[in-house]
Design a protein around this ligand. Structure first.
Ligand SMILES: Cc1ncc(COP(=O)(O)O)c(C=O)c1O
Length: 382
């Protein structure tokens, strides 16, 4: 019997791990110095930040000099895109219509103010990137920025980063990938990947909100996005979010240490839900490739329910039945515009679509509860 609410919106944000809270507490209770101060109070906090940077760099198999802490994924994406375009005189960028707005709106803005010409690479009906088209775009446009996300936050599709990295290398393009949804869930080995910028946001892997980071390949030096003090080795002005940085590093460490076990567990929860949905309901569709465990994030399942006159009520009905899930991306919830990702793959707008996204804390019992409630909701609607 489920007593509490069921939380299936982990692609929007995840609950803090208890060990992360424990790691952050001393920074709140006693280590309050400003890391830029040269006295002992400042130095101990500076050392803690540098240890956190070393931890993040070690996990990603890169050097601490290539890791820069930011306020989250959005700032890291903006920095990589705007500053590489500026630094390298880039006049053409390639992205897809299915990117997060942190990328899409940034590039659209740069096109609007005349900095770049933006090309959208084709996607197939499942939402996968057409790599042949990408190659054509790169062949005809030297000095391009390619920005393609690793794991789609709405439908879960995974990108072949190795392949895109090779293409970018072959045609001399700069490669940025929004890795917000895969950071802490997949291993990124930066010695093997051919990539210039990747990003992370602590709150997507049981760390704190408002803390993220940008990896900048040592060969791709850029100037800051936020000007001010000399923090982050002159790459980002502003007093550091000390608790956030410490918490982020701890969360990433836990995520890496326990990744295989968590993945196995979450995959079993997702597979169970797919099977239950298929056997319990007649007219269910999975958006993108989200029911394909190989080609999609194991944390995301995007489901289209039968067409309904009251599609807008679907999430509300889940909510009053104590289930938190999201329709499309949480980042646009609250606005009345439908999901640009579901629109981009031609999903039926008359069908209510729900993104269920999982974490290590979800259980099979919770999925049984959700299926039971979905049965009730769909019966009332029929
Ligand atoms: C793919 C993707 N990119 C970027 C972001 C933005 O990250 P943040 O909330 O840390 O700014 C999100 C958050 O939803 C995301 O899912």
């Amino acid at each position: 019997m489920i007593q509490q609410r069921v939380y299936l919106d982990n692609a929007a944000t995840t609950p803090l791990d208890r060990a992360v809270i424990e790691a952050m507490l001393p920074m709140m209770e006693k280590n309050f110095g400003n890391p830029s101060s040269i006295h002992a109070h400042g130095r101990e906090v500076r050392n803690a930040i540098e240890r956190a940077r070393k931890t993040v760099a070690g996990l990603l198999n890169t050097s601490p000099a290539e890791i820069f802490f930011t306020s989250g994924g959005t700032e890291a994406d903006n920095t990589a895109i705007a500053c590489s375009i500026e630094e390298y005189g880039i006049k053409h960028a390639v992205t897809s219509s299915l990117e997060h707005h942190a990328v899409l709106h940034t590039l659209e803005h740069l096109q609007k103010i005349g900095k770049i010409k933006l090309s959208l690479v084709n996607v197939d009906e499942k939402g996968h990137i057409d790599l042949n088209h990408l190659e054509e775009l790169l062949k005809t446009n030297p000095n391009t920025l390619v920005s393609l996300m690793h794991g789609n936050n709405e439908i879960g599709n995974l990108l072949d980063m190795e392949k895109v990295g090779e293409l970018c290398k072959e045609y001399g393009a700069t490669f940025h990938s929004d890795t917000v949804q895969t950071m802490g869930h997949y291993k990124h080995d930066l010695q093997k990947l051919n990539i210039d910028f990747i990003v992370g946001a602590g709150h997507k892997f049981h760390g704190p909100k408002g803390a993220g980071f940008l990896y900048i390949n040592a060969d791709k030096k850029i100037h800051p996005f936020i000007h001010g003090g000399s923090q982050e080795r002159n790459m980002r002005g502003g007093t550091e979010n000390v608790y956030g940085i410490i918490g982020l590093a701890k969360a990433l460490e836990i995520a890496y240490n326990d990744m295989d076990a968590h993945r196995k567990h979450i995959e079993s929860v997702k597979s169970y839900m797919i099977e239950k949905l298929k056997t319990s309901f007649d007219d269910i569709q999975f958006n993108g490739d989200s029911d394909n465990l190989e080609k999609s994030l194991y944390t995301v399942l995007n489901v289209s329910f039968p067409p309904s006159e009251e599609a807008d009520m679907f999430l509300f009905n889940l909510d009053i039945n104590k289930i938190s899930a999201s329709g499309g991306s949480a980042c646009t919830s609250g606005s009345n515009i439908g999901s640009h990702v579901l629109g981009g793959i031609g999903a039926d707008p008359n069908r209510p679509s729900v993104r269920f996204s999982f974490s290590k804390y979800n259980t099979i019992e919770e999925i049984d509860y959700v299926i039971e409630k979905l049965n009730q909701i769909l019966k009332v609607e029929a």
